[in-house]
Design a protein around this ligand. Sequence first.
Ligand code: ZN
Length: 272
Amino acid sequence: MLIDTHCHLDAAEFDADRAQVADHACEAGVRSIVIPAIERANFSVVRELAAQIDGGAYALGIHPLYVQRADDADLDALREAIKQSLGDPRFVAIGEIGLDFFVPEFATGEPRERQERFYAAQLAMAEEFHLPVLLHVRRSQDILLKYLRRHGPIGGIAHAFNGSSQQAQAFIDHGFALGMGGAMTYERALQIRRHAVDVDLSHLVLETDAPDIPPAWLHPPQRRNRPGELARIAAVLAELRGITPVQVAHATTANAMRVLPRLPAAILAGDE
Ligand SMILES: [Zn+2]
């Protein structure tokens, strides 16, 4: 049993065959898919989609690359949506939130201040409602950590993590697991592969970020990533660590349930 802890199954790339994509994932052993929101407009979309698929789960939040077109009313709407979702077993985290300093025009000045303001506001909600966060980390590790230090324990998943060993350890110390996905399947991804091997297995979870971050075996024009690729991603992690895919599946599933404590109920919700 595998858990895709980060998949944008609501993305337009899946409009033509979403049900088949979910079935393919199921056949590949993916028992649960966590679908993060990216902005107010898809809060209800991810909630409804999660309810339609076996083991579906969702997170609510405003993605750092979408805060430029969001405003304070969207934060109020997020707060309301969180309150309304607390009784829903499929609601597991606040996300996708974080900071993205890769795109130069968003890394300085007002756009950057705006990113930090939305991140801080959403972290405060995570603490208030005792929810973990799905963190988007891109050239922003130290600033993300600076804000985390202002709060009590929040924890969650540092999605698509790429940073130094010290930064990895700092996120782990804050109760985060590191999300390992398609980027790890490239031989040139030396830093990510080092984490895949060196970080204690109890701090790793699996993710696809589908339809993005296609693994190495998807060649043009078939570059669309799918949650069903998770089995091969797990096999790569197993090979890198010199353990079996079953060991990877057991450990990463247990880890995902630990850092997303509501996830076991989301998985059971489909069986009722
Ligand atoms: Zn994402």
